[in-house]
Design a protein around this ligand. Structure first.
Ligand SMILES: C[S@@+](CC[C@H](N)C(=O)[O-])C[C@H]1O[C@@H](n2cnc3c(N)ncnc32)[C@H](O)[C@@H]1O
Length: 301
């Protein structure tokens, strides 16, 4: 069973009312969505996911509720999809980013370097770009750049060179082996040498950082006064985007700081409510929790 990281903390921090209108941008297997629906008997939930398999499982789990709608779309379309339904304001929005444990565990999805399968890594199975294309068609410079930027991999260029030499690379384990062969021996004993490159390819395939940034700005526009946005991230690249945007909208402009009174229209529209990492038992029980972070912001005017 998939256990969501920071589930209780994120639900508590949303401060739900029984009639809140909520958007879960990452339905997954409905851990958050079902906990939200328990708390909003007179409210409504819109839940996004781009993965049809996740939606099928989540629908079963949510059978007992009737005050929700699932939207099979990328959350980069947040505003447009809600507009189609006549929704221009919502009270709470949550993101629980990244891939779900079932996506990672399902061999055929090709996300894991522990199991052998065709290189895939698409969250949306209808999408054309997959990991096979990235690994076998991108030029060396582009690959190295992706490994460096999205994986913060210090051996990015020697790994990219190794990939070019060994093409075609068809499966996850073949790729993991090529990565291992192209890093220094000492590096092979730190975590798994393929971890960062797999993360980088996944981010590229799903355009994860760009869609999150675009969607988060839309979320800020959609949220009603008194409403909250909660974001759970799993790596520092996502977290940095969230932190930067939340700081941007909750800070007073430096040029105005010395004014005795700041006119209302220049005061920030948001305040930061929460910024926490998992502790104790959750860390012991869940490997994904290690790098997780929860950030919550509230619209104040
Ligand atoms: C970590 S899981 C969410 C788990 C969920 N909160 C739960 O409790 O079961 C992330 C889910 O979000 C989906 N997802 C990730 N990025 C997405 C995007 N840009 N648009 C729509 N869904 C996305 C993935 O397909 C995956 O099912």
């Amino acid at each position: 069973m998939h256990i969501s990281v920071l589930l209780k903390e994120s639900i508590d921090s949303l401060n739900l009312k029984d009639n809140s209108v909520v958007v879960d941008c990452t339905l997954g297997y409905a851990g958050h969505s079902s906990a939200i629906l328990e708390k909003i008997p007179n409210g409504y939930l819109y839940a996004f996911d781009q993965d049809k398999e996740a939606i099928a499982s989540a629908s079963k789990r949510l059978e007992k509720f009737n005050n929700y709608q699932i939207i099979n779309s990328n959350f980069v379309n947040l505003k447009d999809e809600l507009k189609k339904l006549g929704v221009n304001k919502v009270d709470r929005i949550i993101y629980d980013l990244g891939v779900s444990s079932p996506q990672l565990d399902e061999k055929e999805r090709g996300f894991s370097f522990h199991q052998d399968s065709r290189l895939d890594m698409r969250m949306n199975q209808d999408q054309e770009l997959d990991a096979y294309y990235v690994v076998n068609s991108y030029d060396e410079k582009k690959l190295a750049d992706i490994f460096y930027r999205y994986g913060e991999e210090k051996y990015a260029s020697s790994i990219a060179k190794g990939i070019i030499r060994n093409r075609p690379i068809t499966t996850t384990l073949e790729l993991a082996e090529v990565i291992k062969e192209n890093v220094p021996f000492s590096y092979r004993n730190e975590k798994h040498p393929a971890r960062k490159v797999f993360q980088a390819i996944r981010i590229e395939v799903n355009d994860e950082l760009n869609v999150f940034e675009k969607s988060l700005y839309q979320a800020l526009d959609l949220i009603s006064i008194g409403g909250r946005i909660a974001v759970i991230t799993f790596h520092s690249l996502e977290d940095r985007i969230c932190k930067r945007i939340f700081n941007e909208v909750s800070k007073i402009d430096d040029n105005l700081k010395n004014l005795p009174i700041i006119p209302l229209e220049y005061q920030p529209k948001f305040k930061i409510v929460e910024n926490i990492s998992p502790k104790g038992e959750e860390l012991e029980n869940n490997k994904r929790a290690r790098s997780a972070k929860l950030r919550v912001i509230e619209r104040i005017r």
